[in-house]
Design a protein around this ligand. Structure first.
Ligand code: ADP
Ligand code: ZN
Ligand code: ZN
Length: 780
């Protein structure tokens, strides 16, 4: 029999044909000889009932553009790895389509579907395949040693397959229940260790819990029985052998608003229909922060669970916890799993095995969780779907949202500031568009724009108005969140009118190079002299000052001595635990002012925040990247949305460019207005989502080699006329030298991205070194 396989860890978008006498399932892992080595591969296609592949039947059998085969020399599959497929036919077929549509290396999609150290935890087992022989399920290694082993296997009396070697189950103690016995308003006063407070928070959500279940759910946090005993000794919880119901637990009473239930209804009809429909619809739920999108997902999930399982994606690991808490509260009886890279390999394999065997109702995790081959998957939720976290911005590059387009499964994408492509698909009717028009019970915050060209400053980065607003919110007993950008390139900005030099070809701001004393465009490579007078207002004063979180923190301490001030940025918050701690302090009012980067926008749902201050956002808008203005707009809307979750809040934006559309639309929180404008602009320039942009970058320690290589590949691609709209570059990357390597890049605007990506993957093998080829990267 002949098989087409995808080679593991291989960068070309190609299949290869092998032969085997065995009947191998689609999706099975096999070992094949490949370029003089043994290589892992995945079976993706069977050529059934074909005696022989010859020159004459070759073309009718095989898609030769995509598949490599030499009929006279078809090698044999060396060995089967699992004797069972963990990736079902539908998923296998989808991966193939997906790779075809995106020019993506097929094997990589399969590679991503297995947890690390998979083989260490999954072993081969043997079990009887016939009523005639009576052997128990046993490890293949042990079975092999038996005298008749070979005979049994060959005659098909036993079946070999790979399976998860589960740990010994926790010894079943007697059924015990635990619940909190002190009034909730006393809880904030308690001095608890972090593990104790994890348990308390868990119980607050769940009401009464089974002890076994609690220990299982909180295993990741290393919560053991001793923590419960400590809490019991403090008189905080009670442990019983009966599930005494407490009044506060029990089904939560909530009624969807009319808008919400309309959306749920229209999504559910589609899910019901899935058994009959061959393709299935994707949905976009668009509504401001706090408009009740999550409540909509919950109702749809409830329904989907009747039919199968659900994957719930969040943009990053730090958000899994609050999502799980909400899901557990809603679905106390549904087994929920988490899957992410901070877990131990053992834990990941265990969750993976449960998901594959159909023992989980809901799997929560960041982008990698999407690849878990969840049994009987019926629904995928992509929460905060605009987030860059859905783009895997390192090898192997991929965008989960893009991959999901190929999956014949209902998907709900939700956001207050959608990914532009999702928004367009929804608007064009390719996805179903559902809109929530307002926040559930609080109005959106009032936003004030501060014109920094005219405004008095209290410190270099904080205006008088912002300072007064902070004072006033602190007097009300609420907290303030001060957003600062971290990243930024030196750019030349007029201190009087806010003018920033832009490239005439690309509509991105130009970067100042002090060595050459010139402005350069990092998209197309063009250069301009630095203006000596502002072309707009004639001023001769230019600034290029940046503002960092640290500096802002210092200034805040100066202005508000004695206040509790904290900071959130990647430098000091490098684990989800640390972020959790700061957020807890903020929630409990231990921190009065927090300054931070983009991190503070993530799922922060804290009632105490009355004011959001945004300082120095201009540089983000003018970052030399076509996505910069949109990204900044989304960020602003999200940050503003953190204010006033309980009562109407306020936001203050400081800017030197108050007429910038990003600032204007964001302050009006007019997402649709801004998106329409951005779409019109992008249509004009053939930028995504109207065409694809493929970013190609090469780096080398020798500047000369780097430049020559990019030039050569650029030439090769230029020759592929008809496959692209325009090639921009080559140019230096805005961060030209990284780790002693020089980086050059070019961009291909195209509507044939799969062919361009495939071509690049082939061409680049001719030029060894560090390549990056990315389709529509969120950021350059
Ligand atoms: P989003 O996901 O759009 O940010 P959420 O679903 O988190 O919004 O809703 C915001 C707040 O409003 C939450 O506290 C949620 O529990 C509450 N809420 C939303 N819809 C309802 C409803 N129909 N009944 C009761 N509370 C609701
Ligand atoms: Zn000016
Ligand atoms: Zn340019």
């Amino acid at each position: 029999m002949y098989y087409a396989v995808a080679i593991s860890n291989y960068s070309e978008n190609k299949l290869f044909v092998y032969a085997s006498s065995e009947d191998i399932a689609l999706g099975e892992r096999v070992v094949v000889p490949f370029r003089n080595k043994k290589n892992l591969a995945y079976v993706v296609q069977k050529f059934e009932g074909i005696e022989e592949i010859t020159e004459s039947n070759l073309e009718e059998l095989i898609d030769l553009e995509r598949t490599h085969v030499v009929p006279s020399k078809i090698p044999k599959i060396t060995e089967r790895c699992d004797y069972i497929s963990f990736i079902d036919n539908q998923r296998t077929a989808t991966f193939v389509n997906c790779a075809l549509g995106l020019g993506y290396p097929i094997g990589r999609l399969f590679d991503l579907s297995f947890p690390p150290s998979f083989d260490k935890y999954f072993s081969l087992f043997v079990e009887s395949n016939s009523p005639l022989i009576n052997i128990p399920k046993m490890r293949y290694d042990d079975f092999k040693k038996m005298s008749k082993a070979k005979e049994y296997i060959e005659s098909g009396l036993v079946r070999i397959y790979r399976d998860f070697e589960s740990k010994k189950p926790r010894p079943r103690s007697k059924e015990e229940y635990v619940r909190i016995i002190i009034p909730p308003d006393e809880l904030p006063r308690l001095r608890l260790t972090s593990k104790q407070s994890i348990v308390v928070n868990y119980l607050l959500l769940k009401g009464t819990a089974k002890v076994d279940e609690l220990l299982n759910d909180l295993e990741d946090e290393n919560v053991e029985r001793s923590v419960l005993v400590q809490l019991k000794n403090k008189g905080i919880v009670k442990i019983n052998d009966e599930p005494i119901a407490d009044e506060e637990s029990g089904q939560l009473v909530r009624k969807l608003t009319e808008e919400q239930s309309k959306i749920v209804k229209s999504i559910l009809e589609e899910i019901d229909g899935i058994t009959m429909r061959s393709e299935s619809l994707k949905h976009m739920v668009f509504g401001p922060t706090g408009s009740g999108k999550t409540e909509v997902y919950l109702d749809v999930i409830k329904h989907a669970l009747n039919f199968g399982s659900v994957i719930y994606l969040v943009p990053e690991i730090s958000l899994t916890e609050q999502t799980i808490a909400r899901l557990r509260k809603h679905f106390p009886d549904v087994p929920i799993g988490v899957y992410h890279s901070y877990q131990t390999d053992a834990k990941r394999v265990e969750i993976w095995a449960k998901a594959v065997k159909g023992e989980l109702g809901i799997l929560v995790g960041p982008r990698s969780a999407f690849f878990v081959p969840m049994r009987n998957l019926k629904l995928v939720i992509v929460d905060e779907e605009h987030d860059e976290g859905y783009y895997n911005n390192s090898e192997p590059f991929y965008d989960v949202r893009k991959l999901l387009q190929y999956f014949p499964i209902p998907v709900i994408f939700g956001s207050a500031t959608p990914h532009l492509e999702t928004y367009k698909l929804a608007k064009d009717g390719i996805y179903q568009f559902h809109v929530l028009t307002k926040r559930f019970n609080v109005e959106l915050p009032e936003v004030e724009i501060i014109d920094m060209r005219k405004e008095k400053k209290s410190t270099p980065s904080i205006s008088k108005t912002l300072r007064e607003e902070i004072e006033s919110v602190l007097n009300d007993g609420m907290s303030a969140l001060i957003f600062t950008r971290r990243k930024g390139f030196s750019r030349v900005q007029c201190a009087v009118c806010g003018y920033i030099a832009k490239c005439d070809n690309c509509d991105v701001s130009m970067t100042y190079h002090s060595d050459a004393g010139k402005l350069k465009c990092h998209i197309c490579g063009s250069e301009k002299p630095v203006p000596s007078v502002c072309p707009v207002c004639g001023s001769q004063v230019f600034t290029d000052k940046g503002t960092g979180t640290e500096k802002v923190e210092r200034e805040l301490r100066e202005l508000f001595p004695g206040k509790n001030i904290g900071r959130i940025d990647a430098e000091i918050i490098d684990t989800p635990e640390k972020l959790k701690k700061v957020l807890e302090d903020l929630r409990e009012g231990k921190l009065e002012i927090v300054t931070g980067t983009k991190m503070i926008t993530k799922g922060l749902d804290i009632y105490r925040i009355g004011l959001v201050g945004i300082i120095d956002v201009d540089a983000l808008i003018f970052y030399p990247d076509i996505n910069a203005p949109l990204r900044t707009f989304q960020l602003l809307v999200q940050v503003i949305g953190r204010a006033g979750r309980k009562q109407k809040g306020k936001a203050v934006i400081q800017t030197y460019d108050p007429s910038n559309p990003v600032i204007i639309y964001a302050s009006a929180q007019d997402v649709t207005g801004y998106y329409e404008r951005e779409l019109a602009l992008r249509k004009e320039l053939s930028y995504p989502p109207f065409a694809d942009v493929v970013h190609v970058m090469y780096s080398n320690q020798s500047e000369e080699i780097a430049r020559e290589t990019i030039d050569a590949v650029y030439k090769d691609i230029s020759n592929a006329e008809g496959l692209y709209i325009e090639i921009l570059g080559p140019s230096e990357h805005p961060i030209f030298k990284v780790a002693n390597k020089y980086r050059y890049q070019f961009f291909v605007k195209t509507v044939h991205s799969s062919r361009i990506v495939r071509l690049l993957n082939e061409i680049k093998t001719k030029y060894p070194g560090d390549w990056i080829v990315r389709l529509n990267p969120p950021e350059i």
